[in-house]
Ligand binder design. Structure first.
Ligand SMILES: [Zn+2]
Length: 476
């Protein structure tokens, strides 16, 4: 044997033995340590292929999903100090409430069965002027957060006053939020002038930027309550800080007619003209798009949030959501504030969105159960410009995970998962909620909020609010 051949043979033997060593090591390798395992159950991933994993598993570390697959693979590859068993349950991405005003839960049922302008100007604006304080906002936020966690909502997009206090309560409760401080061209509870409001927003955005849970945002109320000059300043602020812009656009027909009369353009065309629209904007409602408004919104990458129950209750109209979806717009789903809904329940919104558009178009195929579920998950994430982080259960995404029981009478026998989720599942069927890898509700017990204290804290405001409006009781 030549010396060269000998060297070659030795090399081959070394490589072969080291590779067999490696695979033996792999077999023997201890499972990787992670923070949390979710094992068993059926995972509805909402990923690009809408994969459904029977008897699945997920490993979570540092707030993110690090592995998702079969229960066996996850169990053998990972170990954790905390394991949640989901055997026999459904596991879904946390629901996304794309538009609300969370402290308004304290106005729930104060004034109903009115149209938007009367409801706003006769009841809501006066009630807000007399009652909204930081204490009010904190108490309402805690109540709203508890309601949302119980209903499997893990992310919400908000717009209100004292938004810094809302962010504080939200972060403490471990909930994710895109939270916008409201700007409006009249004095409000937290800021009396636009200059004050802009200074507040500057501080607010600086404080929360980069937080794992809170995305601080700026929220001009609407193009009819905020001047062109102030809207342009909002856009400049967003360009400079990267903060998203949350607003209401084209909610009612009179709003659109007034815009055409006074500005010579629909609200969307007007906002386009002044250079306001871009991929940072999250626009609630869009009930009455005109002309090529939908094409403009698409071109600018604006996220639109549909609020079917609020639009129905205020008789604002029916947004052309099926067209928006087929035209490729980012569309999500929201409850709007509880004063016009009157709850923060995304299960009802999913059920309603599917049925409203069926009856409105006369076509039962117009929005399927699966599409309705998409609106509250992955499409909702797109509308909030957060689809890289949330909206589906995938490796690398934030671990916002909801476990649903399948034993409730209203869920039996279960033929189709999306149908069951959208048309039959209730908020009360939500059992366990994980946000950013942290358990915030386990087996229906809230872990980050004190429900008794929340109830008592919120009830105090009822009498105060009635008294402030010159009403002594709620029986009128
Ligand atoms: Zn709203």
């Amino acid at each position: 044997m030549s010396k060269r051949l000998l060297v070659l043979l030795t090399l081959i033997i070394m490589v072969a033995s080291s590779s067999s060593d490696l695979s033996a090591q792999n077999r023997r390798q201890p499972p990787k340590r992670v923070d949390l395992l979710v094992l068993g159950g059926t995972i509805v991933t909402m990923d690009g292929t809408r994969r459904i994993i029977e008897n699945g598993g997920m490993a979570v570390s540092d707030g993110r999903i690090v592995a998702i697959g079969s229960r066996g693979d996850i169990q053998s590859g990972y170990s954790a100090r905390q394991t949640v068993s989901a055997t026999g349950k459904l596991i879904i991405p946390g629901l996304i409430n794309g538009h609300t005003h969370i402290p308004m839960v304290l106005f729930r049922g104060l004034a109903d069965d009115l149209d938007l302008q009367e409801w706003l100007t006769k009841y809501i604006f006066p009630a807000e002027a007399k009652n909204v304080s930081e204490d009010f906002v904190r108490a309402g936020t805690r109540l709203g957060l508890a309601e949302m966690i119980r209903g499997g909502t893990t992310t919400y997009c908000d717009m209100y006053y004292f938004e810094d206090a809302i962010a504080d309560e939200t972060a403490k409760a471990g909930v994710r939020g895109v939270l916008g401080e409201t700007l409006i061209d009249f004095p409000v509870a937290d800021n009396k002038t636009n200059a004050e409001a802009m200074a507040y927003v500057e501080k607010f955005v600086n404080r929360w930027k980069g937080n794992d849970l809170i995305v601080p945002a700026i929220a001009p109320h609407a193009p009819y309550t905020v001047s062109e000059e102030h809207l342009k300043a909002v856009r400049a602020f967003s360009d400079r800080t990267g903060a998203p812009i949350v607003t209401h656009i084209s909610e009612t027909k009179p709003e659109v007619e007034e815009s055409i009369k006074t500005k010579g353009a629909s609200p969307v065309a007007y906002l386009e003209r002044i250079g306001f629209l871009n991929e940072k904007v999250i626009a609630a409602h869009m009930v009455w798009p005109q002309g090529d408004d939908i094409a403009v919104l698409k071109r600018r990458g604006v996220g639109v949030v549909h609020n079917p129950q609020s639009n129905m209750k205020l008789a604002s109209g029916v947004a052309p959501v099926p067209k928006m979806m087929s035209d490729g717009l980012f569309v999500g789903l929201g409850t709007d504030g509880a004063a016009s809904n009157n709850d923060l329940n995304m299960w009802e919104e999913m059920d309603t969105v599917a049925k409203l558009h069926k009856v409105f178009t006369g076509d039962p195929k117009i929005i399927s159960a699966q599409q309705a579920f998409e609106l509250a998950t992955i499409r909702g994430a797109q509308a909030l410009h957060l689809a890289q982080e949330i909206g589906s259960l995938e490796k690398g995404k934030r671990a916002d995970i909801v476990i649903i029981e399948r034993d409730a009478l209203n869920q039996i026998p279960l033929y189709n998962i999306y149908s069951d989720l959208v048309y039959a599942t209730k908020a009360s069927d939500v059992e366990t909620v994980i946000i950013n890898g942290r358990l915030v509700m386990r087996d229906r017990r809230l872990l980050t909020l004190n429900e008794t204290a929340i109830r008592n804290g919120a009830r105090i405001f009822r009498d105060r609010i009635l008294k402030s409006l010159g009403r002594s009781d709620s029986q009128e």
